[in-house]
Design a protein around this ligand. Structure first.
Ligand code: ADP
Ligand code: MG
Length: 210
């Protein structure tokens, strides 16, 4: 079993969007997948309600006891995806604690890069005594501006205290909000590019995970 937490204390960066699409992509490969909604706002649970739970099972664990509670419900699953909450909170620390892989979506803007600093520090501290914990930055909601994306990658690269940036970037595409509003994923739309980038992201993560 692999637990992947999608975290960033900033709201609106694409945590929920990545969680549901990545979860569905993994499930399509025949894996048993469970989404844990750790955000008290419950966006993933709202998404799940739209289809009466027909896409990927979702449970809500939005307290600091997450790290303990999760053990009771995740037996038998291949992948657990934790959709993170905004703000640096006790349950973000709990999510870090029970994860094998942490994925940090960051929008290509300086504000978003700076805002992820505290989380990155927290992750790096955890990595100091848990060398198996993997953590990556993923560029999210990128517009077709390679210069801007390149600058963001440079910021992360230039500092040894930072985390590796995944090659796959998630672009800004209408298929993401459109499909989510119906409780679906980009795999339920005709947008092949969106599907491809989610599959690429999955492959990159799985390569690193082994
Ligand atoms: N790659 C994307 N392209 C276009 N819109 C996106 C993309 N990712 C997320 N969004 C939209 O941005 C908003 C915030 O995304 P969301 O996944 O809810 O972020 P978070 O969970 O980090 O708060 C939502 O309206 C979502 O539909
Ligand atoms: Mg969210």
């Amino acid at each position: 079993m692999q637990t992947i937490a999608i975290l960033n204390q900033k709201g609106g960066v694409g945590k929920t969007t990545l969680t549901i699409n990545l979860a569905y992509s993994l499930q399509q490969d025949g894996h048993k997948v469970l989404i844990v909604d750790s955000d008290p706002q419950g966006s993933t649970r709202d998404w799940n309600d739209e289809t009466d739970g027909a896409i990927v099972p979702v449970i809500g664990l939005d307290r600091a006891s997450l790290a303990t509670d999760i053990k009771a419900v995740t037996i038998g699953y291949d992948f657990i995806l934790i959709d993170g909450a905004p703000r640096l909170s006790k349950h973000m620390a709990a999510a870090i604690k029970c994860s094998d892989i942490i994925l940090i979506p960051v929008k290509p803007s300086s504000f978003d890069v700076w805002a992820s600093d505290d989380l990155i520090d927290m992750v790096r501290q955890r990595q100091e005594f848990d060398s198996n914990l993997k953590a990556y930055i993923v560029v999210s909601q990128a517009i077709n501006n390679t210069k801007l994306i390149g600058e963001v990658i440079e910021v992360f690269k230039g500092d040894k205290e930072q985390l590796p940036v995944l090659k796959t970037k998630i672009m800004n595409r209408t298929a993401y909000p459109f499909s989510a509003s119906e409780g679906k994923t980009v795999f339920h739309t005709k947008d092949k590019k969106a599907q491809q980038e989610i599959n690429n992201l999955k492959q990159e993560l799985l390569t690193h995970a082994n």
